[in-house]
Design a protein around this ligand. Structure first.
Ligand SMILES: *[C@@H]1O[C@H](CO)[C@@H](O)[C@H](O)[C@H]1NC(C)=O
Ligand SMILES: *[C@@H]1O[C@H](CO)[C@@H](O)[C@H](O)[C@H]1NC(C)=O
Ligand SMILES: *[C@@H]1O[C@H](CO)[C@@H](O)[C@H](O)[C@H]1NC(C)=O
Ligand SMILES: *[C@@H]1O[C@H](CO)[C@@H](O)[C@H](O)[C@H]1NC(C)=O
Length: 312
């Protein structure tokens, strides 16, 4: 039957098109310092934790320990992507593991069968509200987060043309977890600054965390960042900005930034992906996280002890 053959040909062409689809190139490849000529067995999609070097630290420790335990050497790659893109990479099969920061997006990905709905609480990062020393909005760390946002809005709304340092806010505006958190905080005071066709003070700047914070500092703008990103910029740049509010480890703190590890349904090797997830949230993996330092300072808190594996 010619029609049957034609449709076969059609599907064959479709699968060739699928096979030549652009592959997501790794941002970095880690080998545990073993310099072996081995394959990449695990691909991790992550934003900030990759940029700060935590993915490298975890990957290297995992490879070294696996080899010590008798495995053949292998490699782990990191793909730079924020929460939204990490989930897309898991959906397309371009990553096996994601490290993300938005429980709502994680739950939807679980409901839609993109990831295993049981996610792993990996570590706690902490959001910070930072801004210029001049502090034109006169915000103070004694106020709660909503009061700070209300003051920022009121001050920005009446910026005068001749202020040397006007109140301006840098928004990542990229659907990253930081952008979503910032949006929630504006909504919590009844404001939607991104809905203005043009704003003199709401600066939409699409960039990864380190670049976004550096730009905010250079332009003397307030922004939302996280502790690990803050400790990753050069001390010289960091000294030009002030932390006005920082999250505690309290689960109810509106500035707490919990990171979860996700296992994609299209993972190349399920056994390895789940072994890695259990290891990273177990004693040895958590020790790598809490030992991880920049300029002598610990960047992340481990996961809360009672809460490593969560059912969304
Ligand atoms: C190595 O073996 C030890 C002891 O069985 C185990 O606790 C640890 O999780 C293993 N590590 C890896 C990376 O397989
Ligand atoms: C607020 O900032 C001051 C000055 O930097 C600092 O000494 C104080 O500990 C901070 N308070 C809180 C609650 O963070
Ligand atoms: C400039 O600033 C001063 C002091 O804040 C204010 O009185 C004045 O009206 C401002 N001028 C303009 C043109 O905005
Ligand atoms: C999957 O990972 C496991 C555990 O590391 C390994 O033993 C196995 O050979 C891997 N399978 C494939 C197909 O690579």
């Amino acid at each position: 039957m010619p029609s049957f053959r034609l449709s076969n040909l059609f599907f064959a062409l479709l699968s060739i098109a699928g096979a030549v689809r652009a592959v997501v190139e790794p941002t970095a490849v880690y080998d545990g310092g073993l310099q072996s000529d081995s394959d990449i067995l695990l691909r991790i999609a992550s934003g900030g934790a990759g940029q700060q070097g935590l993915v490298k630290a975890i990957a290297d420790a995992y490879i070294q320990e696996s080899v010590k335990n008798g495995s053949k050497p292998f490699k782990v790659s990191w793909v730079l992507s924020d929460t939204t893109f990490s989930i897309k990479n898991l959906q397309s099969g371009d990553a096996d593991i994601g490290i993300t920061y938005n429980p709502a997006a994680e739950k939807i990905a679980g409901d839609q069968g993109i990831i295993d709905p049981k996610t792993y609480y990996l570590f706690r990062d902490h959001f910070l509200i930072v801004g210029p020393k001049e502090n034109p909005a006169s915000i103070s760390n004694c106020s709660d987060v909503q009061t700070i946002f209300a003051k920022l809005y009121q001050s920005a709304d009446k910026n005068s043309a001749n202020t040397t340092v006007p109140t301006r806010w840098l928004s990542r505006y990229d659907k990253s977890a930081t952008n979503m958190k910032e949006s929630q905080l504006w909504l919590s005071i009844g404001q939607v600054p991104w809905s203005m066709p043009y704003s003199t003070w709401y600066h939409q700047f699409i960039a990864f965390p380190v670049q976004a914070l550096t730009t905010a500092v250079q332009l003397k703008e307030y922004t939302l960042t996280d502790r690990a990103t803050y400790l990753s910029i050069s001390p010289e740049v960091a000294s030009q900005t002030v932390i006005f509010k920082a999250s505690s480890d309290d689960a109810d703190d509106p500035l707490l930034n919990p990171a979860h590890l996700l296992v994609g349904k299209k993972t190349q090797n399920e056994t390895l992906a789940y072994h890695f997830a259990d290891w990273a949230t177990g004693v040895n993996g958590q020790k790598v996280i809490t030992d991880f330092k920049k300029n002598g300072q610990q960047l992340y808190s481990g996961a809360p002890k009672d809460d490593t594996r969560q059912r969304n």
